[in-house]
Structures are given as structure tokens and as C-alpha cells.
Design a protein around this ligand. Structure first.
Ligand SMILES: O=C([O-])CC(=O)C(=O)O
Length: 160
């Protein structure tokens, strides 16, 4: 996987295409080894259960970005280094988690975009409760499966 080129900086993209893009105001932390990443959106909605996150990231990513609506809860980690390594192996460009991750040090060394609210060493349940590829709304921003998402240290842009 190659680093998306610097010409697609989100600020430049917003200047060029602002009316076609939503900008995420929430201040996610950049926790992966790739800070600039982009791809079509896939989604998971779950709460303190990462069974679906694990299953989806263990399937072919085709350069997509998985957006996980964990309800903003920081009580359990929805992804750690094993799942993130599987995401790399399966060709995912990145993972945006409205919730927490764990294994920060290892995540920082993986060629994967990871944005999350924070971290927590406590693991999630694995029952697989939740939904896959539903339309998400996080902090007023709509994430539709298939919409293009662009992320870099400045933030996250997503097509309407
Ligand atoms: O198993 C989990 O809940 C997540 C995790 O720690 C990993 O991916 O390594």
C-alpha cells in the first residue's frame, strides 16, 4: 500500500470541493502508522462489542476505510494490534473509531490509518452484536457506505 499523495491534503481538497464534503469537527487522535489515508466508507455500529469489527477487518478491504460508531464510549477498546494487523493484511486503508482502541504503540507502527477518540486497555465483548454497512451519523456527519472519506492530520472529510 502506498501513502496517498500529498496533493490530496484535506485542506486543499476542501478548498476545491468543499460543497461536496462534510468535515468532521470532533478531534480524533491519529494513532496509526499512516496519518494520511482515504478510501470508500464501510461501517460498523456496535457498543462495547468488537465481534463485528474483527469479522469485517478480517475480510477483504479493497482499500476501504472502516468507520466504527462505538457511541463515543471509551469504556472498552474496539480494536487492538491483532485486529489492526489483520486489517493491513486484508488491504484496508484505515479505521476511524468513534470510541477507543488499545495497543497504541503497536498501532503506531502499522501501515494503517487509525483515528480514534482515545484508548483503553480493557477489551470488548466478542458476541458480534451490532450492524454492518448501515448509514452512520456521528457528531452530525453522515457516513454512507461507499462515500469517499479523506483523512490526514488536519481532520476527516467525507462525501455527502
Ligand atoms: O481482541 C480485541 O478485543 C482487540 C485486540 O486486543 C486486538 O486486536 O489485538
Amino acid at each position: 500500500m502506498t501513502e496517498p499523495d500529498a496533493l490530496t491534503a484535506t485542506a486543499d481538497l476542501y478548498d476545491a470541493r468543499g460543497d461536496e464534503l462534510q468535515s468532521v469537527c470532533l478531534q480524533f487522535q491519529d494513532l496509526g502508522g499512516r496519518q494520511s489515508f482515504s478510501g470508500p466508507v464501510r461501517t460498523v455500529r456496535c457498543r462495547e462489542d468488537n465481534g463485528l469489527v474483527k469479522a469485517v477487518l478480517n475480510s477483504a478491504g479493497h482499500g476501504a476505510v472502516l468507520v466504527v460508531d462505538g457511541g463515543g464510549l471509551l469504556t472498552t477498546a474496539l480494536m487492538g494490534d491483532m485486529i489492526a494487523a489483520a486489517a493491513v493484511e486484508n488491504g484496508w486503508a484505515g479505521v476511524v473509531i468513534h470510541g477507543a482502541v488499545r495497543d497504541r504503540t503497536a498501532l503506531a507502527g502499522l501501515p494503517l490509518g487509525v483515528k480514534a477518540l482515545g484508548s483503553n486497555p480493557r477489551k470488548s465483548a466478542k458476541a458480534g452484536a451490532g450492524e454492518v454497512d448501515v448509514v452512520l451519523q456521528i457528531d452530525g456527519v453522515v457516513f454512507r457506505p461507499g462515500a469517499m472519506l479523506y483523512a490526514d492530520p488536519d481532520g476527516i472529510l467525507v462525501e455527502y
